[in-house]
Design a protein around this ligand. Structure first.
Ligand code: ATP
Ligand code: MG
Length: 348
């Protein structure tokens, strides 16, 4: 069965862009693929972050994913930093990762210009992403459009590593992206991609009132200065969001009302707010149910880390061997259920 890997940063609230662009697809794909889904907290430290709330945000992200329908009986859900091999493989891949291409990454250029001092982690972000995916020999990666370039880099890194250390084999497969129709949801500012770090989002777990408060001031077609000015729905983000939350007849009506100046933008937004709240209600409900089960999220994440860790340890063992490292005796015994006796010099 082909394997899927995908991740999401605990860099803010899980939003409708994440959901439409990636997470909704994860839930569908887990029916037919061997899936690993990861809260990538190591990625989240590449931007300035509040360390006091990282653990809480990581847990909340995992809870949000479960509420969306990620099923721990079908998929492996875990936290990136709980499987140390992600960091290790990232370092090992640095041996072949091309710096020129890293500097050309759109996300690096965007995010670097927003900070005064650029941390090297931001440049290396795609190498860590390559490590995430290659660690599990994943074939497919469901992501939004913004990650397609990073995935190209993953393939490049895999090719270079295979050429250098593969011994004539394609040890690492070259993973392909899976995109949804909603591959780039625009933020409420109407200009840039909806992003956790830009504060232009609608959170998946927000109440109907909060959704309305966010939609109310959201950018629409600037041509619609007053209610009587006709607009062009194609340039209005609210219209595009209707396509994902409103039934087709409403979407057609929205376009017609906009072009004919038959209603105001607030009327249009009110209908969207209602339909969005309705669509997200089951996710909010599942989140509430999970919150009512203390320890459940932690239990799922621990089981996920154990499963992912077993695969990761095996990959790292092979990678170290192929790259020529002297194998340390205790490496093979690190996993509690590796089936081997614990090393004599560790306390048992
Ligand atoms: P950050 O601003 O911290 O980078 P983010 O909102 O971009 O956060 P990520 O954790 O980087 O979220 O990405 C998680 C997944 O969601 C990725 O697959 C990404 O491609 C997808 N994604 C993020 N934003 C959007 C968007 N606006 N439209 C569609 N997909 C998106
Ligand atoms: Mg992002």
């Amino acid at each position: 069965m082909p394997r899927i890997f995908s991740g999401i940063q605990p860099s803010g609230e899980l939003h409708i862009g994440n959901w439409l662009g990636a997470v909704q697809n994860w839930v569908t794909l887990q029916q037919s693929y061997d899936c690993l889904f990861c809260v990538v907290d190591l990625h989240a430290i590449t931007a300035k972050y509040e360390h006091a709330s990282l653990a809480r945000r990581t847990r909340e992200m995992a809870l949000g994913l479960l509420a969306c329908g990620v099923d721990p009986d079908r998929s492996t859900l875990f936290v990136q930093s709980h499987v140390a091999e992600h960091s290790e493989l990232q370092w090992l891949l640095n041996a072949v990762a091309p710096i020129g291409e890293l500097e050309r990454m759109t996300q690096f250029k965007d995010k670097a210009q927003r900070v005064e001092s650029v941390p090297v982690g931001l440049l290396n972000y795609p190498v860590l992403m390559a490590a995430d995916i290659l660690l599990y020999h994943a074939d497919l990666v469901p992501v939004g459009e913004d990650q397609v370039q990073h995935l190209e880099l993953t393939r490049e890194v895999a090719r270079r590593w295979n050429a250098e250390f593969g011994g004539g084999q394609d040890y690492f497969p070259e993973p392909q992206p899976i995109l949804t129709e909603a591959k780039r949801i625009v933020g409420l500012d109407g200009g840039t991609k909806m992003s956790k770090s830009l504060g232009n989002t609608i959170g998946l777990l927000e109440s109907p009132e909060e959704i309305w408060q966010k939609l109310r001031p959201a950018k629409t077609d600037p041509a619609r200065v007053t209610r009587k000015d006709p607009g062009n729905p194609e340039v209005c983000n609210i219209y595009h969001l209707h396509k994902y939350f409103s039934p087709p007849e409403t979407v057609a009506q929205v376009a017609d009302n906009c072009r004919g100046a038959k209603w105001g933008c607030l009327d249009c937004k009110r209908v969207l707010a209602e339909n969005m709240s309705l669509a997200l209600a089951p996710i909010r409900e599942r989140a509430r149910e999970l919150e009512a089960q203390p320890g459940r999220v932690e239990e799922i994440l621990a089981a996920g880390a154990a499963t992912a860790g077993r695969i990761a340890a095996e990959t790292i063992r092979e990678v170290r061997e192929r790259m020529g490292f002297l194998q340390a005796e205790r490496q093979a015994d690190r996993r509690p259920d590796s089936g081997m006796a614990p090393p004599a010099r560790l306390p048992v």
